[in-house]
Write a protein that binds this ligand. Structure first.
Ligand code: ADE
Length: 378
């Protein structure tokens, strides 16, 4: 069954009836979801650090991090972030490099920059107090309907849904909907429908329950664990035995591939790094120097000389692939021991001690394979 949208369901007197526009109203199947879902969640939920004391700031930090990576990977980042920046004011006042260092390895660095902009908005427009309505939360930089719904429901008990890809998968299976979950219109409809079926006073557990169900039972890869699902009894995909036919999702455009050669240039003391441009991919991050193309060892030596360096020794560091949302870097690395970086290099770079890279200069995880060579001796 599809989640069909009709243009208008108004009757002659301006009122809207279910018969006139059934899509304005939640599919009746969803009305049976709340109670069993919440009971299941309360019994089976995982203990996660952001589920204790869910104040708005903590929910916000965790949800933005959880958009980037898995629950287990988020835990240490979350603890460290809250230790260094325990509240909105601390985030608003943090230095950019501190922020980026706390985010190092999570990717999508603009998300944490936007968090800082939002924290500054809260300081200016809301007297430093996290706003407590859905619309105000949604007005903050970098906060969309998912995050605004999560903060509203978990921290303030406001009956708003938090619909991400996992929740869309769960709902699309329950409804056996063939509509494309990549479409904004489908997401908005699911949000509207779920909002109508949130049990009173239980928005937090309802939203978390759906997220939890998507994460541990109604899983994206492989067969869902329908034997453990509190919604199996009403799930249309399950009734048809077609769970894995859903959700329907248009494929994203293919990523472009870029070949690069990455250098760890070092003299006896320092490593060469540089700052990326302030716009575009990994904007404003520090990085290991690199050039386009995959150079042979001889070409790498020639390049080192071209930029004024005097290579003494070179060692291949192997190949690595890093996948961004729109591009893949296929890399090859070299460790190049040189004589006196600072005196000879003609390129604009920073020459810093390995210890400073660890503590001060956030280098994205795209360079992970080559970062090891910064800290090891030749
Ligand atoms: N994924 C996204 N939000 C989550 C949450 N609050 N708990 C667990 N996993 C999540």
């Amino acid at each position: 069954m599809d989640i069909i949208e009709k243009k208008s369901g108004k009757t002659a007197d301006g009122a809207v009836s279910e018969r006139e526009n059934p899509t304005l109203f939640a599919d009746p199947v969803l009305r049976g979801l709340g109670k069993p879902l919440i009971e299941w969640y309360q019994k089976n939920k995982r203990e996660l650090p952001w589920r204790n004391r869910p104040d708005a700031y903590r929910v916000w930090v965790s949800e933005i991090m959880l958009q980037q990576t898995r629950v287990e990977a988020v835990k240490p980042y979350y603890e460290r972030f809250l230790q260094v920046l325990p509240d909105v004011r601390a985030l608003a006042e943090a230095k950019e490099d501190t922020l980026l260092k706390l985010w190092e390895g999570l990717g999508y660095y603009n998300r944490v920059r936007n968090m800082q902009k939002a924290a500054r908005q809260i300081m200016m427009d809301f007297d430093g107090e996290f706003p407590g309505t859905y619309e105000e939360i949604l007005s903050l930089k970098g906060i969309g309907s998912y995050t605004a719904g999560a903060i509203s429901a978990f921290a303030f008990g406001i009956p708003k849904p938090a619909v991400d890809g996992n929740v869309l998968r769960v709902v699309s299976r329950i409804l056996a909907s063939r509509e494309d979950i990549m479409k904004q219109s489908v997401r908005r409809k699911v949000e509207r429908w779920l909002e109508q079926v949130i049990p009173q006073g239980q928005a937090g557990d309802f939203d978390q329950g759906l997220i939890e169900l998507g994460a541990v039972v109604c899983v994206p890869n492989g067969r869902p664990k329908c034997g453990e699902c509190p919604a199996a009894f009403l799930c249309r995909a399950h009734a048809e035995g077609k769970e894995t036919d859903f959700p329907v999702k248009t494929k994203k455009k293919k990523r472009r591939t870029e070949e690069r050669t990455v250098f760890v240039f070092r003299d006896g003391v320092n490593i060469a790094i540089r700052k990326r441009p302030l716009t575009g991919l990994l904007a404003g991050m520090y990085e290991l120097p690199s050039v386009t193309g995959r150079l042979t060892q001889d070409e790498a030596v020639a390049y080192s000389k071209k930029i004024g360096l005097i290579p003494v020794r070179i060692r291949p560091l192997g190949e690595a692939v890093h996948i961004f949302s729109h591009v893949e870097w296929h890399m090859r690395g070299y460790l190049v021991q040189v004589d006196e970086l600072e005196k000879s290099c003609t390129e604009e770079m920073l020459f810093v001690r390995p210890k400073d890279i660890r503590e001060k200069y956030p280098i994205p995880s795209a360079f992970e394979k080559y970062k090891e060579a910064i800290y090891k001796s030749l």
